[in-house]
Design a protein around this ligand. Structure first.
Ligand code: NAD
Length: 433
């Protein structure tokens, strides 16, 4: 099947690479010329395990092409995926201008019966908006149908997630459209839910809202654990053993970030308020998450004392491990707050430093985790990279000016760290200092 994927970001690139690997012929289009130039030179502009090899193999075999011109890609494809950004506007609503612009382009170039599938995360009802834009713009009487196929991949394991999803959700207005989209996924062995477009759109945002709520819930429990001397890791393990609850997304930490949960929760709040409903749970989820960043800073001040003029080493900038994505990363807010408080920051991240250099002026970037902690008055851990789990903490202690660790991801073995003589604070597991 000839496919067009519009958008060469985290979702568009992974979708293009995986569909081409499943044997489809894919034209991936993006308006970002630099990005497409890099891709056509064999370079992948994002860090995502396995993606570079997948793209190289499918380009070599002629099934995957990159371009900045949408017209030929739309005209030669039977199915067109929209995978562009839907960032938050300042009022929390989703900015849908990228999706609308792509819909106009598709309408302009429509030359036959096609299916347009929206993969971007959008507020409910966007499928109808896309259909009406295309209808207005199409030149002839060409038929088309719109479908929703929300994406559930996680950055850091995106290729694996695409090929091994928990479920594939397809929203369509008629069985033929649903079947056309469904057959693309035939080689993937996963449960498939075929439903209407609005329900498919809601499944995506409701899933993200629920996962974000699970994180804020365990972070609130962590605050209580800190007070009463319980260990949130043990609590989460015991709670998660209940099949009705499940163990995933019960890791207490510095809070959620990234390109999805923060914006998708805000967008859902905006939609609920527009509909005259009161999004009480979601507002609390967002509030707890915002406060969690402040709680980490308080722990740092409490453990290390006044910080003005001192040096804090930061391990981890990306919003999660195995990605270079800094969108809404906890590290960005926390480092900015430290800088405003007159703190010197020396940071290390295995993948996100090139992007962080533009975003966080005035901080020093280290060569490796040990270089970061040299003469530091405290170490703050903000991303759960394996490299940090495996670090030689004896060496770290010898390099630091003061042996203080604030572990925003509960990575360290608390007893071992304290036995080495560190002042240690985790999230919901600090126990008696
Ligand atoms: P991204 O910002 O990484 O990529 C979007 C790409 O679209 C950019 O390269 C941009 O240049 C391109 N673009 C914008 N307007 C365009 C246009 N008119 N024509 C062609 N290209 C255009 O975004 P992303 O992280 O890939 O997310 C895309 C969508 O998928 C969002 O709605 C997001 O919420 C959703 N989503 C993201 C993830 C994730 O983990 N990143 C997971 C599931 C769903």
């Amino acid at each position: 099947m000839n496919l067009c994927v519009v958008g060469a970001g985290y979702v568009g690139l992974v979708t293009s690479a995986c569909f081409s690997d499943l044997g489809h012929s894919v034209a991936c289009v993006d308006i970002d010329r630099t990005r497409i130039r890099l891709l056509n030179r064999g370079k992948v502009p994002i860090f995502e395990p396995g993606l570079e090899e997948l793209i190289a193999r499918n380009r070599r075999q002629g099934r995957l092409k990159f371009s900045t011109t949408i017209g030929p890609a739309v005209r030669s494809s039977q199915i067109i995926f929209i995978a562009v950004g839907t960032p938050a506007k300042t009022n929390g609503e989703a900015d849908l201008s990228q999706v609308e612009s792509v819909a106009r382009d598709i309408g302009r170039h429509l030359n036959g019966d096609k299916v347009i599938v929206n993969k971007s995360t959008v507020p409910v009802g966007m499928g109808d908006v896309v259909a009406s834009i295309i209808r207005e713009r199409r030149g002839g009487r060409h038929r088309f149908s719109v479908a929703s196929n929300p994406e559930f991949l996680r950055e850091g394991s995106a290729v694996w997630d695409f090929m091994n999803p928990d479920r594939i959700v397809i929203g369509a207005g008629d069985p033929k459209t649903a079947e056309t989209v469904a057959q693309l996924f035939r080689p993937i062995n996963a449960s498939m839910l075929i439903t209407d477009i609005r329900s498919a759109e809601m499944i995506k945002v409701a899933s993200n809202a629920f996962l974000a709520t699970k994180i804020s819930f365990i972070n609130e429990i962590a605050a209580l654990c800190d007070r009463v001397g319980a260990d949130v890791g043990e609590v989460a393990r015991g709670v998660g053993m209940d099949k009705r609850i499940g163990a995933a997304f019960l890791s207490a930490g510095a809070g959620y970030g990234g390109s999805c949960f923060p914006k998708d929760t805000l967008a859902m709040i905006a939609v609920m308020e527009r509909e005259g409903l009161a999004p009480r749970i979601l507002k609390a989820t967002v509030q707890v998450n915002t406060e969690q960043r402040k709680r980490v800073l308080e722990k740092l001040k409490e453990a290390a004392g006044p910080l003005e003029g001192r040096t804090v080493a930061v391990w981890g900038l990306a919003f999660k491990a195995n990605t270079d994505d800094l969108r809404e990363a906890v590290s960005v807010d926390i480092i900015r707050a430290l800088r405003e408080a007159g703190v010197r920051v020396r940071a290390y991240d295995p993948a996100a430093m090139p992007k962080a250099k533009a975003l966080l002026p005035g901080i020093a970037f280290a060569r490796d985790p040990y270089d970061a902690v040299r003469d530091a008055d405290a170490l703050l851990i903000l991303t759960e990279w394996n490299q940090f789990k495996e670090a030689d903490l004896k060496r770290v202690k010898a390099l630091m000016r003061r042996a203080v660790i604030v572990d925003g991801r509960n990575l360290c073995d608390m007893k071992a760290v304290r036995d080495l003589g560190f002042v240690y604070r985790g999230i919901g597991r600090s126990g008696p200092a």
